[in-house]
Design a protein. Sequence first.
Length: 436
Amino acid sequence: MSQLHDKTKRAYINAHLIDPASGLDTKGALLTEGIHIADFGPDLFKDGVPEGIEIIDCQGHYLAPGLVDIRVHLREPGDEHKETILTAGQAAAAGGITSIAALPDSTPVLDDVSGVEYVARRAREAKMVKIFPYGALTKRLEGKELTEFGLLTEFGAVAFTDSTKAVANAQTMRRALSYAKTFNALVVQHPEEPSLAGGVMNGGEISTRMGLSGVSTYAEIIMVERDMRLVEMTGGRYHAAHLSTAGAVDIIRQAKARGLPVTCDTAPHYFCLNENSVLDYRTFAKVSPPLRSEEDREAIFQGLADGTIDAIASDHSPHDQDSKRLPFAQAEFGIVGLETLFPLALQLYHKKALSLLDCLSLVTCKPAEILGLPVGKIAKGSAADLVLFNPDSPYFIDPEKFRSKSKNSPFTGFPAQGKVLRTVVDGRTIYDRQNS
């Protein structure tokens, strides 16, 4: 074997190996060779590491598959002043994320092959995390004419969605589910009935008191209920994004019990915060769908704990100061989330709602499985995408330290536990806390 090839070998020793996909949870070591995992286990290197292999001492910390974030607004092309593929990659790396799925609402929209190929090429040039682009479900995200699912799938689109726009027309959604079934493609919906969703925060007593237009929880509930009937009609695969209401969680729970091919995710702000976060007109907590009542927040938390909700995604939506520091009604929707996804997801573990394995599955193998991505697991021959972390390190979140171009987070000063120490993509270290 050539000396050059030997240099690509790295031994991660004194690690606590943990992999939700296989149930692995043991102290041991892991060997990467080039871009792949070559070997791992409790007895690996028990006689020492052979010469010529770079040694990385994990000092007893957890070594897990890199996180998979299936809902990210990249802002490139079109809004590079808010975020770029490079800065999003740097932020993701600092958050332990090694793979992200990019929403198609850039300028231009990712509704043709050239747009999907552009994102893939820029991701290769950035040499940070892996980026898997969504294809737009309808042309220009207008909710009318379907895009070329087959062609876009062939060129790398991992699923189809109109991003933050609901597919309101039932016939269009029916056609999309039927068409997608032909290619075993996934349809991802922003579940919000547009005619009921014209407000800027959760509808209820607080919105009335603040004099702000509200979005009823029924906007989400009605759309999810309708879509379940369309899934029944077509048999198409369906995913409900960023659930925020107790009613929608119940509908998904019942649909799964009936055997329908449906999955769903939520974002950390829907189980960590409630509508009180927008008091004093805090625009950094303005999101779509809006932060809901405490009852809804608890239902989302429970939906994660009992397995109804399949994954946690950041819903990373970067905005500059000029877009957020406006009167509440005029401010943009969305918060940054790449660097807070992991510590906030770990709340399920620290609050004893889930084991560490089950908690990690929500941000590794389960989101990867939803989109059919070849990532999110530790296995011989699989990609060497890894995160080294300490789940117990306490700190307060400080958005000013984020690597994202934008700092629009409602979690300033929020107490968190769980620090990423190292992030590895295809065997390359792209983040090292000690040297950053």
